[in-house]
Design a binder for this molecule. Structure first.
Ligand code: HEC
Length: 225
């Protein structure tokens, strides 16, 4: 027989277990397509972000010199930065005031956006490709229905599947760059990690050999009983 107390506890556990279902009920599911991590994709994404998104958005934690590190030619970076110094942050072409006047809100900085939104790169990809015309004929977005950002990649107006696929690739590259931008040292850290592991491995072998050497000498001495 289940007594009163334990059945109460059972109900509580059941409710807690069901909670995530309710929490997710109102949220649109993100598109979980894999986001590329190779340098060529990140580079293509960077170019798109600087030339298209840069019209409205800045990236205050990414410098023009970081674009050189990404492998862009100096001439190209010089063209993008204009009179700004190489160590200046990526600046939006439109001032925050003008943007607010046009859209009613200042476009947020994109440096840490991939880290700030739940789902990271998948959120960004879903957002950029989520523009569509709803049943009432209005432009909306699957993950951010009332966003005041225009459909910059134009996905809501594309019907040709090939053209759509091209734009989706572009959105993936943009997301790849924004993931990189939010953590530009991830690659370095990974490399450092390998060095540390190699060091630990070599040290382990050396210490093992050293220990063997010491015990070898000790074993050869006459035992004191
Ligand atoms: C014409 C100006 C403009 C351009 C170009 C533009 N955006 Fe935006 N973006 C906005 C505005 C305005 C908002 C704020 C939307 C809001 O809060 O309603 C925004 C918001 C965002 C957000 C935040 C969404 C959220 O969850 O809060 C992301 C991410 C974003 N933009 C990415 C991009 C990317 C990537 C590009 C380039 C492919 C781009 N934007 C191009 C104006 C622009």
């Amino acid at each position: 027989m289940i007594n009163h107390r334990s059945s109460k506890r059972f109900c509580l556990v059941l409710l807690l277990g069901l909670l995530p279902l309710f929490a997710n009920a109102s949220e649109e599911k993100l598109d979980e397509s894999p986001i590329p991590t190779d340098r060529a994709s990140i580079q293509r994404g960077a170019e798109e972000v600087v030339t298209t998104c840069g019209g409205c958005h800045g990236l205050k934690y990414v410098k023009y010199s970081d674009l050189l590190t990404l492998g862009f030619a100096k001439d190209k970076v010089d063209g993008w930065r204009g009179p700004l110094p190489l160590d200046a942050a990526l600046k939006p072409q439109m001032s925050a005031d003008d943007a607010t006047a046009s859209f009613g809100v200042a476009p947020p900085d994109l440096s840490l956006m991939a880290a700030a939104r739940e789902g990271g790169g998948h959120y960004l990809y879903s957002y950029l490709t989520g523009y569509h015309i709803n049943d009432k004929g209005e432009l909306t977005n699957s993950v951010f229905p009332v966003t005041r950002m225009p459909d910059v990649l134009g996905l809501s107006g594309i019907t040709d599947p090939k053209q759509r696929a091209e734009m989706e690739e572009k959105a993936k590259d943009v997301s790849a760059f924004l993931i990189w931008a939010a953590d530009p040292h991830a690659q370095e850290r990974k490399h450092l990690g390998y060095y540390v592991l190699a060091y630990v491995f070599v040290m382990t072998i050396l210490l093992f050999l050293w220990k063997k050497q010491i015990w070898h000498d000790i074993d050869r001495q006459p035992k004191i009983e």
